[in-house]
Design a protein. Structure first.
Length: 117
């Protein structure tokens, strides 16, 4: 009877230690999960801040690039306009010079004819 009692008490004590240790382990595991979640959240927040900052920088850069492209387009149009005006004024001055030269050549020919007569 005493051996049976000792055996039963040993079984109960073993079960209790196992149960107690399992509960302690579960509590520690839960605490570890909470800490891991906290650390991962902090890390994710800092990474998100970096990503948002990069996105803002990219948007600002894109905006500046678009503005510069618009300015470039405006300047290109102004250059094309100035070039066409320069070509037209050059052709006008060339025509005027040609007519002056033609007039002078005509006068010279007239003067030569008068001298020959």
């Amino acid at each position: 009877d005493k051996m049976l009692r000792n055996s039963k008490s040993t079984i109960i004590q073993t079960w209790w230690r196992k149960h107690h240790n399992w509960r302690v382990f579960q509590k520690k595991q839960g605490s570890v999960l909470v800490l891991q979640c906290f650390i991962r959240t902090r890390f994710a927040c800092s990474e998100l801040k970096k990503v948002k900052a990069n996105a803002r920088d990219n948007q600002a850069t894109k905006k500046e690039r678009d503005e510069l492209r618009k300015q470039c387009t405006v300047l290109q149009k102004a250059l094309d306009t100035a070039r066409t005006e320069a070509q037209s004024s050059e052709s006008k001055s060339a025509k005027a010079a040609a007519t002056k030269n033609a007039a002078k050549a005509q006068e010279l020919d007239d003067a030569k004819k008068q001298l020959k007569m």
